[in-house]
Design a protein around this ligand. Sequence first.
Ligand SMILES: [Zn+2]
Length: 387
Amino acid sequence: MSDPLLPAPRPRRGGVFIGRWFDIEFYLDASWFLIAAIVTYELSHAVFPTELPGRSPAVYLALGGGAAFLFFLSILLHELGHSLVSQRCGIRVPRITLLFVGGLAEIEREPDDAKSELKIALGGPAVSVALSILFAVAGFAFHAVGFDGLALVCRWLALTNFGLVVFNMIPGYPLDGGRVLRALIWAKTGRLRHATYISSRIGIGFSWLLIVGGVWALITPPHAWNGVIFLLIGFFLKSAADSGYANAVQRETLAGVRVRDLMSANPSVIPDTLPLNLAVDDFFLAGHYVAYPVCTADGDFRGLLRLDFLKEIPREKWPYTTAGDVVAEKSTEALRIGVNESAARAMRLLLAPELTRLAVIDDGKLVGIVTRHDILTFIEIHTELEA
Ligand SMILES: [Zn+2]
């Protein structure tokens, strides 16, 4: 089971909410129920009956169900290990999800420095090592007092948690080991993009191994389930490694860039006194944007008039409603950004699906517009020029 720590550009939707602890929301993805059923079935029908023969099916089911529960709890605790360290480094973790391929802690953003990255990456495996030792000790204790079933469960959990550490410490990004490697190269060279390039290449190489191994397991009948699991984890890791590198490129390109460097100055502005019917004719139908800034005659920014705001107002009221009236009712905070703020912050705001343009403000006055397209074009031009 893998557990890439991924920055969450857009909050994930869906899944079954199980609770909120440490300011983190915990979810079970729909795909998790399938893997939980597979693990329980394998343990109670194959693994435990072989290791401890002569018990009733009900006992195997109880042992298998209990072991599967503690196994997934172990993964959650591993994710919690990453998350608590992350929070201590000042990076929020809005959500932890259990899914088919393992656990996923969604960190709000990438760490600012190699040291934080290293600490966060090691937080999870440290928990798994502790759990592995704990279960091993419990296994010996149960064995000593003659509880062989419980001893078996604990031994299996000790080995599984240890296996989780070994797998996740493979030095390919976005696995924990890949993050450790990236942090070390980053610390040594100061080049995050270069560090991400190396560790994500290893990650992609490893995901291909999993994919090839998965196909091979699929065509050798007794291990067909493992084949499916390998394939899914392989593809999941590959796409996460690709997007991790794209993130690093974006971050490096935007480092030190201000909103003023990539905004479009002198945008079309709707006067706040203009009635909506004229705003629609002169701007929305004549131009090709879905949102326009609304300003007073002095250039004071009042808000961003979005096409979807118009739909909320009956057409017959348009001639009697001004653009200023409409935006006055909407919160403008999320729609504006200061001219000297970082381009990276603008990009983060623009990742909200309903937001494509931000008003750029200098001292209360509108000075420009910045769009998702502006930023992506800037990144593309700068990466092309470097290549
Ligand atoms: Zn981890």
